[in-house]
Design a binder for this molecule. Sequence first.
Ligand SMILES: [Mg+2]
Length: 119
Amino acid sequence: MANILVVDDAAFMRMMIKDILTKNGHEVVGEAADGAQAVERYQELRPDLVTMDITMPEVDGIEAIKRIRQIDPNARIIVCSAMGQQAMVIEAIQAGAKDFIVKPFQADRVVEAVQKALR
Ligand SMILES: [Mg+2]
């Protein structure tokens, strides 16, 4: 069981991830709709793990990963990408993301990525 912060600018995406995570025994302790909010929430909540959307208004996921890793070099972040965002995924991994999941989300793959990142 992990305390997880879910970051995505689309409310239905956050709901979808939250649903998968809670059904698999995790707790979603917070949500954020852009990168700046994600950094704030991370500082407040210190979650075990973050799921991070890439494309968001203002501060995007890549920048948010960099900022969070500056606050906490051990932060565990999984990046959520859409099809065809390979270059962004590579950038996210270089910025410190542990793994990535691709939209539309498959519950098995989400759970597996979370389990792996927590190890
Ligand atoms: Mg988005």
